[in-house]
Design a protein around this ligand. Sequence first.
Ligand SMILES: *[C@@H]1O[C@H](CO)[C@@H](O)[C@H](O)[C@H]1NC(C)=O
Length: 443
Amino acid sequence: MFKFASLLALVSLVPAVVNAAQPLYAQCGGIGWTGDTTCVSGATCTKLNDYYSQCLPGSSTPPTTTTTPTTTPTTTNTGGPTGTPAAGNPYTGYQIYLTPYYADEVQTAAGLITDATQKAKALKVAQIPTFTWFDVIAKVPTLGTYLADASAKGKASGQKYLVQIVVYDLPDRDCAALASNGEFSIANDGLNKYKGYIDQLVAQIKQYPDVRVVAVIEPDSLANLVTNLNVAKCANAQSAYKAGVTYAMQQLNSVGVYMYLDAGHAGWLGWPANLSPAAQLFIQLYKDAGSPQFVRGLATNVANYNALSASSPDPITQGNPNYDEIHYINALAPSLTSGGFPAHFIVDQGRSGVQNIRQQWGDWCNVNGAGFGTRPTLSTGSSLIDAIVWVKPGGECDGTSNTSSPRYDAHCGLSDAMPNAPEAGTWFQAYFAALVKNANPAL
Ligand SMILES: *[C@@H]1O[C@H](CO)[C@@H](O)[C@H](O)[C@H]1NC(C)=O
């Protein structure tokens, strides 16, 4: 359904030419693109994926060479931070690592905001931890860079560091929508390619046993299997999604990654009729994977806009008693627990600062009026919730509003979605500026 994140460091750069034309953050290439492929001075046309190249700040210096892992991980590895999970909340006692990639995006974006007050507020976002999305295999080596940096910072400061990642590269990804279709297809050996992606993540993580890794596993995937099997692409993906998520759980468990499986949100799996089927799916997969001890629970509201605890139900939630994330979590937890699944949660509040802004609960794309929400914290108000987190890096686009794009999804053209949106995962400056302005609590 949504987003892609982006780390552009690894993608190839197209050399800028002298008569550059496209403005900063505009499209400058991709399948079907017929416009100008050059950028204004100070920006470089950067390939983000086959569908989209974007003018990004910086000169056309070639990217730093990255090392690909040379070891082939084995399934018998018992390494990892501790070998056995610490009892309780994995965040307790750890410093969350700030991803330099997002901090750079934010700093550049703040530099483009002219109003001094808004600029100062925008700069504060660079200090707020978000998750890094590994949405294509080419980005995986970057994880090693972050882990090395976190390890060094930990040694220098005496603090223990935690790196937050999103595992997001299943074959036939985003089976019920279009905006975040991925790089692997089931028809083209996608499941094996996905296993290679997981192996590469594991190979990186194994090298830094002193750094704790927390992962959200595959946003939307299992939720799509609960409610969207009427969509042919989802029905066709069912066995590959299950096998992929099982493999991810087992392999990431072997290196001590604390995992939260994505569980949609209140307006999706929180409908009373969906709770039990959802719980049964999570329980079944977890047991079939051998009850991996580092699976800590579920992540909810990833990249969505729901409040953790709404002061009153948004009118669009009418008919669902679980009208916010805390109601959803409280309703889901008992069936998980009785089935032997660890009922602990993290909840994304990165873009949940403003409520009652959607026309339909299912609207998920660049919703107008949204603001940054509650800051990441372990003060969650619920013993079921380990942490309030920012999973979606606010400012990275959910999907393009260009109706001619191969990845155009109609949700991104709705009247409550911000217009002129670039491709999923790329920087959306106007949206970021609005998130800053509408932040609640204020920045
Ligand atoms: C929309 O996408 C099409 C196909 O990629 C491209 O030719 C066109 O220039 C794009 N329009 C805008 C406004 O970016």
